[in-house]
Design a protein around this ligand. Structure first.
Ligand SMILES: Nc1nc2c(ncn2[C@@H]2O[C@H](COP(=O)(O)OP(=O)(O)OP(=O)(O)O)[C@@H](O)[C@H]2O)c(=O)[nH]1
Ligand SMILES: [Zn+2]
Length: 204
């Protein structure tokens, strides 16, 4: 079972929520459309499982990721350099095909006098990733949330991901990462700050 208390609660809620009959019927329709028989034994519980799974994949709709940035603490040692969380794995779904987007995000900010618990940057990422997304919007939403709530001198977000809709279907091209970045404040305006943060991220 998950060790983090908040996560346990969230999973229980999604596990226990009854899946409405119309949602289950929609999954049966899709199974039929895919060419299978929703009445065969192995698929009998699939409609309710899929319903619960989609509540979990899209649990981000039930939260405002900004709440994770409300508790800040004063940085007392005079640290005034970049804070970076690098290569955080995430899982999302594309809004075009509902196919998985799997990748990593690096999130950095240059604080003023207040900093946030570092795990909160990953929580903001997951809050937006657990929705239907395109990668550009995911990247921009994370950056904007940190910019609006921490009032930092700069924010940089770089996302690298593979898109299931490009591997499992369509163009069926494997091994390709999509890379997106959003830079705000000093990382956007000052070339040396930009170079430094991208170099710390190994993204230049
Ligand atoms: N820019 C962007 N495109 C994405 C993302 N995820 C998926 N796509 C693309 O969205 C496009 C949707 O194009 P459409 O032509 O409407 O859909 P399609 O016929 O299924 O396209 P193909 O995937 O080329 O078969 C595709 O090119 C996908 O590769 C994303 O996060 N950002
Ligand atoms: Zn897609």
């Amino acid at each position: 079972m998950n060790v983090m208390h908040g996560h346990v609660v969230a999973c229980r809620e999604t596990d226990e929520a009854p899946v409405p009959a119309e949602v289950q019927e929609a999954v049966r329709t899709l199974l039929r459309w895919a060419g299978d028989d929703p009445g065969r034994e192995g698929l009998l519980d699939t409609p309710s499982r899929v319903g619960r799974a989609w509540r979990e994949y899209c649990a981000g709709y039930e939260e405002d990721p900004a709440v994770h940035l409300k508790r800040t603490f004063e940085e007392v040692s005079g640290y005034d350099e970049v804070v970076l969380l690098r290569d955080i794995p995430f899982h999302s779904h594309c809004e075009h095909h509902l196919a998985p987007i799997v990748g990593t995000a690096s999130i950095a900010y240059l604080p003023t006098d207040r900093v946030v618990g570092i795990s909160k940057l990953a929580r903001v990422l997951h809050g937006y990733a657990r929705r239907l997304q395109i990668q550009e919007r995911l990247t921009a939403e994370i950056a904007q949330c940190i910019w609006d709530n921490l009032d930092p001198l700069g924010v940089a977000v770089v996302v690298k991901a593979t898109h299931g809709c490009m591997t499992g279907r369509g163009v069926r091209t494997h091994g390709v990462d999509m890379v997106t970045s959003k830079l705000l404040g000093c990382f956007r305006e000052d070339p040396s700050s930009r170079k430094e943060v991208l170099s710390l991220m190994n993204a230049n």
